[in-house]
Design a protein around this ligand. Structure first.
Ligand SMILES: Cc1ncc(COP(=O)(O)O)c(C=O)c1O
Length: 372
């Protein structure tokens, strides 16, 4: 079976340094926040060219804390996409606000920036773009609207660490950027982890306080917060991996280019676009095919693992039933959700494996496209 991703290969390549880093934390006796986390925060801020970086427990908490730090709360609306992991819209609800979904651009899979204006009401407080699969959203368009309409911008960069728009890292455009270090991410911890980047000192301080129960100084809790800290073990692991991230992202782009070239001969396979001014980091390589479920089954039988991210868009999830969306509310999102299929992509994927994936995808699509 060719896996969609194999974390053991990366561990084996860097085993010595990773083991040493974990051991050093154990020997230090400092496990929560502290100098190891501070060092990682400083290094990752520099890597992204972000003003501030705050380590938190998960990408989901990063979104929640960023929303709170930007003043989003009950009565507010936040404009976002429904074609994302549920954590995006769930965090808006958790902050007390209401997600307002705009449809996606079928080319990029990201929120259609031309549909934002029409979704703005006098309750709109923020825009929450998601750089899905590692593809940057047009941040010039988002920031232009936000500045004109005095809205906050919180970027969901969970799948897009290192992706760039006009040469600048995503997560540094908006008021906050939210990153996940879930093990399968381009920069993955050995457990949960997350990060908030912020442009403004006041917002950064607020996130820092919120992650420790709203503490402004020792045992002074000025507002309700949470317990959401990056632990030292994860920070140490991430510090070992960070220097390789640019190369890993580059290798993902090479694999993606190989797939796109190979599939360009088949009109039934729609390959992901790389937009002008964008630098994609291919957290996922996601194609669209007719008869997707049958193609996926055929590939599984042929020994190729694939995934569907995401079969049910957020607006149709039971969690959001109260928001009043129906099937048909977001036609492009819904149609794309029926057709997407993510293929194996990770820096350690071999040429032979990729070749086999390509062969089998061609065969499965051809077979399934036949009239029944
Ligand atoms: C787009 C998106 N947002 C948010 C998250 C949440 O991150 P985490 O799993 O670290 O809480 C994820 C992770 O799967 C994600 O893909």
């Amino acid at each position: 079976m060719i896996p969609i991703l194999d974390l053991k290969r990366q561990y084996n390549q860097h085993k010595e340094a990773l083991d040493e880093a974990v051991l050093a934390v154990m020997e230090s006796g400092g496990f929560i926040l502290g100098p190891t986390v501070e060092r990682f925060e400083k290094d990752v801020a520099q890597w992204l060219d972000a003003n501030h970086a705050i380590g938190v427990a998960t990408g989901t908490d990063a979104l929640y804390l960023a929303l709170r730090a930007c003043g989003v709360g009950p009565g507010d609306e936040v404009i976002t996409t429904a074609f994302t992991y549920i954590a995006t819209s769930e965090s808006i609800v958790r902050a007390g606000a209401r997600p307002v979904f705009v449809d996606i651009d079928p080319q990029t899979y990201n929120m259609d920036v031309n549909k934002i204006e029409a979704a703005i009401t006098d309750r709109t407080k923020a825009i929450l773009p998601v750089h899905l699969y590692g593809q940057p959203v047009d941040m010039d368009a988002v920031m232009h609207i936000a500045q004109q309409r005095n809205l906050k911008v919180i970027e969901d960069c969970a799948q897009a660490i290192g992706a760039k728009w006009h040469g600048r890292a995503v997560g540094t455009y908006g008021d906050c950027g939210c990153f996940s270090f879930f093990p399968t991410k381009n920069l993955g911890a050995f457990g949960d982890g997350g990060l908030v980047t912020a442009n403004d000192q006041v917002v950064a301080d607020k996130v820092r306080n919120l992650r420790v129960h709203g503490q402004t100084k020792k045992y002074h809790h000025d507002y309700e917060g949470v317990n959401s800290r990056l632990d030292a073990m994860q920070a140490a692991i991430l510090s070992v991996k960070l220097p390789y991230l640019a190369d890993w992202n580059q290798r993902r782009r090479e694999i993606a280019a190989g797939y796109t070239k190979a599939f360009s001969v088949d009109p039934d396979i729609l390959t992901p676009v790389v937009v002008d001014h964008g630098e994609h980091v291919f957290h996922q390589y996601t194609i669209q095919v007719p008869n997707r479920d049958a193609v996926q089954t055929a590939l599984n039988e042929a020994g190729i693992a694939t995934m569907v991210y995401y079969p049910i868009p957020c607006h149709l999830q039971g969690m959001h039933a109260d928001l009043g969306y129906q099937p048909g509310s977001l036609p492009i999102t819904e149609s794309v959700a029926q057709r997407v299929l993510s293929l194996p992509i990770f820096p350690e994927l071999t040429h032979d494996e990729q070749h086999r994936v390509i062969e089998q995808v061609h065969a499965a699509v051809k077979q399934q496209a036949l009239p029944v």
